[in-house]
Design a binder for this molecule. Sequence first.
Ligand code: ZN
Length: 370
Amino acid sequence: MSTAFFFDELCLWHSTGLAAGVFPVGGWVQPPSGAGHAESPDSKRRLKSLMDVSGLTSRLDVRSARPATRGEILAVHEEAYIDALKAMSDSGGGDAGQNAPFGPGSFEIASLSAGLAIEAVDSVVSGDFANAYALTRPPGHHCLRDLGMGFCLLANIPIAIEAAIARRKLTRIAVIDWDVHHGNGTEAIFYDRPEVLTISLHQEHCFPPGPSGLAAHRGTGPGQGFNLNIPLPAGAGEAAYLHALEAIVGPAVAEYRPELIVVANGMDANALDPLARMLLSAESFRKMTEFVKDLAAGLCDGRLVMIHEGGYSEAYVPFCGHAVVASLAGCDTEVADPMRELFELQQPGEAATRFHRSWIDDLRRELGVG
Ligand code: ZN
C-alpha cells in the first residue's frame, strides 16, 4: 500500500491580502514588494515544486478532493459563522475573526482545503492507502466553532474527524499537533469529547495571546484527561522535541489506544520561521515523522494522516515538508538540507539541553503521563 498526497492548486489561490509579514499595510508599514503576507502560498508551492523536481511526487498517489459539504462543515461550525463567512467571501473578502484575512472566493477554497483533509483521513481509514498527507491551505488548527483565527477559516482537522466518526464509526482518534503555535481551535472543539485525544506541542506564550495552551488545561466533562498541552520554552531544538515525543506523547497515545493518528503538521518550529522562536531543522522533522510513523505502526496498523498547518519561511518550509513527506512514504531522495550543517552547530548547548530535558520531565510528572 502506498502513500496518498492530497493537493489542489486552487488552495494556493487563497489570498491573505496586502500585508508585510503579519502587519497590515498602512501607517508606518510600507507595501511589500515580494509575497507580502506571512501566510503566502509560496511556502506550499515551493514544497510541491521541490517534490516534483526531486521525483518524490511521482512515488506518491497524488489526488485532489471534493470540497467539504455544508453538512460536513456544520458538524463543527455554527451556522451563523458559515453564513457570514460565505457572504463576506462572495462580496470580496474580509476577516473571519481574529487575524484571519481572506479575499474573494476564499469560502470555496477553505471548503476545498477541508475536503482534502476529509478525503485524506477517509482514504486511510478505508484502507485504500497506508498513510496520507494533505497539503491544506488555508490552515485550520486555530479556528473555533464560531470564529476564524490565526489565518484559519475552517477547522480542517475537526471537520475531517467528525466526517470519519459519522461515516466510519471511529471512536478513538489521537491528534498530535506540533505546529509551533497552540492548537487552540482543535482543543476547544474536542475539549469535552473522549473520542478525540488532542495533544499540542507549542512554544509557550506564542499564539494565541492570553492563557492558551497551558498544561493545566486537560479537558472537561467526559473529555476530562483527553487534552494534553506541552508548552515548551522559546529556543527549544531537536533534542527537546524528540524528548517530549518520547517521554510524553508516545506513552499518552499508547495508553489511549487510538484507531487513527492525525498529525497537525505545522513546520513553524523550524529555525528560520519568522513567527516563532524554535530551532528545528528539516532533519528534525524527518525524525519526528519517523517517531509518529513507528507509533502508528505499533498502535493502529500504521494508520497515520498528516495535515499541513503553519510554516512561514518560504525558503525552508519546502525542505522540512519534503523530509516529512519522504519519511511518511518511506522514500529516500537526494534532496540535501542546505541549512543542516549550520543548524546543527546552532542547537542548544549542554546546559540548555539539560534545562529543556528537566522542563519536559517536570511536565510529564505534572500531566501524570508514563
Ligand atoms: Zn503555527
